[in-house]
Design a protein around this ligand. Structure first.
Ligand SMILES: Nc1ncnc2c1ncn2[C@@H]1O[C@H](COP(=O)(O)OP(=O)(O)O)[C@@H](O)[C@H]1O
Ligand SMILES: [Mg+2]
Length: 443
């Protein structure tokens, strides 16, 4: 432990899923319920954390328990910016909650040296009745700071958060974006030894996300430790010095962030970019045509949410033509993270714009070539044109998002300035000729 910030030793977490959902189902009446049936509820609550030997050893018949984590061990040193990478439900948030002592491990041990501040997806840790100012001081106190220490950082926190003139308003009046901005500003400026950030950046706009990523990187450079979970694989690769891959509750890989992201993406278990409309009555469209599904697919045809820049990307839509006689021409627009339309693509086959489609289901796929898009998030706009009627049965904006990640060892890795600028990154043919030897420039 000598110079470690964090040590996780053989941590396992067993959840009781039956009872958890019971409690969840009671929803907002939970509190009332607790008052009315205190003993039953207390027992139920206790049972969430009590397991039989058989359940612990995995020999129990019961299937109402779930191992969210199994024998996870690692340690983190000062200055490391570490990512936990894994599919939805892998156990990342559970691990972060155990490290921040929100929930206890069923087995194993976590040791943290110094102050921990955490920003988890579940909530920002603010008291809604307190003003922004009061919450800043309260959080400082929780972290063991003196008023003087918080005073010294107060202006920086407010400025970073951008909530300036609302600082004396109770935070329950804040939008979720404002809450997250202020919470992040507090967490980052109160100088914890260990900063934990789980998914929350998705709420902020692109500019704020950039600010947060820079701040986390600075925290690492100042010898503090960061644990970071994000679906933004580009941010993970760029920001983190190390990654741990979590698969079904187990730490299956510990290596450079780039290697771990690569393993995650190529395993095929990453997030998928897919939207489906199961109920045709709710599907976008009209009496002639309805949109049923939109997907981003890899070259094998599998839906994929994050893809390496050296792979082709399939943009796919499935639609039902319900009436005969319509000339229907679908198209896609790929939109950058910052909201700029990068390009629009329409089926170049003349038939697509001239021939009526007979009723039935269609799937159209447009292939974006490898090595065209730049690293980062992209959004898809899906449009159907009804050519003779000169109208659009549907226009769906930001239907799905997908992330492009620079292929490992790609050209960008040799860029000592960081990321090459530009919103696309086509691979161009280059040629350099030695034209003549005697070009002497005389002064
Ligand atoms: N309070 C809970 N009770 C029961 N099961 C839970 C609870 N919290 C999480 N789980 C389950 O534990 C597993 C890991 O969840 P989580 O840590 O949230 O994953 P991740 O953050 O990687 O998406 C999932 O199967 C999830 O359904
Ligand atoms: Mg999570």
């Amino acid at each position: 432990m000598a110079n470690k910030t964090l040590q996780v030793e053989d941590v396992s977490k067993l959840y009781r899923i039956g009872n958890a959902s019971d409690l969840e189902r009671q929803g907002s009446n939970r509190f009332l319920n607790m008052l009315q049936r205190p003993l039953t509820n207390y027992r139920k609550y206790r049972s969430l954390y009590r397991f039989t030997e058989a359940e612990r050893s995995g020999t129990a018949e019961s299937n109402d328990v779930l191992w969210a984590l199994r024998n996870v061990s690692f340690s983190v040193e000062p200055g490391e910016v570490m990512a936990l990478v894994g599919a939805n439900g892998a156990g990342k948030s559970t691990l972060l909650k155990i490290i921040s002592r929100i929930t206890p491990p069923t087995m194993g041990r976590v040791t943290v040296r110094g102050r921990v501040s955490c920003l988890l997806e579940v909530g920002t840790g603010f008291h809604p009745e307190l003003t922004g100012r009061e919450n800043i001081y309260m959080n400082g106190t929780i972290l063991g700071m003196r008023k003087r220490e918080v005073d010294a950082r107060f202006d920086d926190i407010v400025e970073f958060s951008g909530v300036g003139k609302f600082i004396d308003t109770p935070t329950k009046r804040f939008s979720s974006g404002m809450n997250v901005r202020l919470a992040f500003a507090v967490m980052a400026h109160l100088e914890p030894e260990l900063l934990i950030v789980d998914e929350v950046l998705a709420v902020g706009d692109a500019e704020f996300q950039r600010k947060c990523l820079n701040t986390m990187s600075d925290v690492g450079k100042h010898g503090k430790t960061v644990l970071f979970v994000s679906h933004n694989m580009a941010a993970v690769t760029r920001l983190c010095t190390r990654g741990i891959l979590i698969r079904d509750g187990e730490a299956v890989m510990d290596g450079s962030a780039a290697d771990v992201v690569h393993a995650h993406l190529t395993h095929g278990s990453s997030e998928v970019a897919e939207r489906e409309w199961a109920d045709i009555n709710e599907a976008p469209g009209d009496d002639a045509v309805r949109l049923r599904a939109v997907r981003v697919v890899s070259d094998s045809g599998a839906p994929i949410g994050a893809i390496e820049s050296d792979k082709a990307i399939g943009l796919q839509m499935t639609y039902d033509v319900l009436e005969p006689g319509h000339v229907l021409s679908p198209y896609f627009t790929v939109v950058s993270d910052a909201g700029t339309d990068l390009f629009t693509t329409i089926d170049p086959d003349p038939a697509a714009g001239e021939v009526a489609r007979k009723p039935g289901r269609y799937t159209s796929t447009a292939w974006v070539p490898a090595n065209l898009l730049a690293e980062g998030s992209h959004y898809l706009r899906v449009v159907m044109r009804s050519v003779q009627a000169k109208h659009r049965p549907f226009t769906e904006r930001d239907v799905v998002a997908f992330t492009v990640v620079d292929a490992e060892g790609g050209a960008a890795s040799s860029w000592w300035e960081g990321k090459p600028s530009g919103i696309i990154k086509p691979q161009l043919e280059w040629g350099t000729e030695y034209v003549q030897p005697d070009m002497v420039i005389e002064g």
